[in-house]
Design a protein around this ligand. Structure first.
Ligand SMILES: [Ca+2]
Length: 233
């Protein structure tokens, strides 16, 4: 008796499996699904959240398969799915002061370098994938004792390949030793292989970049153009 009861309990599950395999008309589409209609076409029947391919990114949609494809509630767009084929974020500092112009500043202290896109021997971040990135650089410039009251300046830039994307400046007019802070930020569209560095664009003689905890370079991949890798058939 117990066995029969058990069989009866299992029966609905078996029937449902048959429903899907025997009655649902399924077919293969020659691309990644881009909508609930595509998902339905390849055989999905359970309503729920699904990932589909959008124009530039993977998107999340809610499919209500109890509605017909023409009903308003059949597909509800939820948002973009943040897919990254490779992580990229870093936080680096420098151990010693720096005073060379138009040379990538080497930050040799890696607090974090996920994905190893920042190279601490060259000072260059190389975009591992095409997408949008955020960079921030803040620091302190040291101004020497001047013998007469004159303006000393320090101009630093964030460079994409060899082109400046942002400048920050610090200056002082004083006869005493001075420090002054600066910061710059950039949100950039980068192609895979683009190189980002921080360089002193120009400065007065004997000015220098302070090292240690006072100068920090950070960056991370905001959003990757994932679709370009997925055009395979
Ligand atoms: Ca100033």
């Amino acid at each position: 008796m117990e066995e029969i009861a058990l069989l009866k309990k299992r029966q609905p599950t078996k029937d449902r499996t048959n429903d899907i395999t025997d009655q649902q008309s399924t077919k293969v589409i020659d691309q990644m699904p881009t909508s609930c209609a595509d998902l339905s076409e390849i055989g999905h029947t359970l309503s729920g959240l699904y990932s589909v391919m959008g124009n530039r990114s993977v998107e999340s949609v809610y499919c209500n398969f109890t509605n017909s494809p023409n009903d308003l509630g059949f597909q509800t767009w939820i948002g973009h799915v943040d897919v990254k084929s490779s992580p990229a974020y870093f936080y680096v500092r420098r151990n010693q002061t720096f005073d060379e112009t138009r040379t990538p500043i080497v930050f040799d202290i890696e607090r974090l370098n996920e994905g190893e896109a920042y190279d601490k021997t060259s000072g260059i971040f190389t975009a591992p994938v095409t997408g949008r990135y955020f960079f921030t650089f803040s620091g302190m410039a040291a101004f020497p004792v001047a013998f007469f009251s004159t303006r000393l300046f320090f101009q630093i830039g964030l460079y994409k390949n060899d082109e400046a994307m942002a400048y920050a400046i610090a200056d002082e007019v004083d006869v005493y030793y001075q420090d002054e802070t600066f910061s710059l930020q950039s949100t950039l569209e980068l192609i895979k292989g683009d190189q980002i560095s921080v360089q002193i664009q120009s400065m007065s003689q004997s000015v220098s970049l302070v090292a240690g905890m006072y100068t920090q370079f950070n960056g991370f991949l905001l959003e990757e153009d994932i679709s370009q890798y997925l055009q395979m058939s």
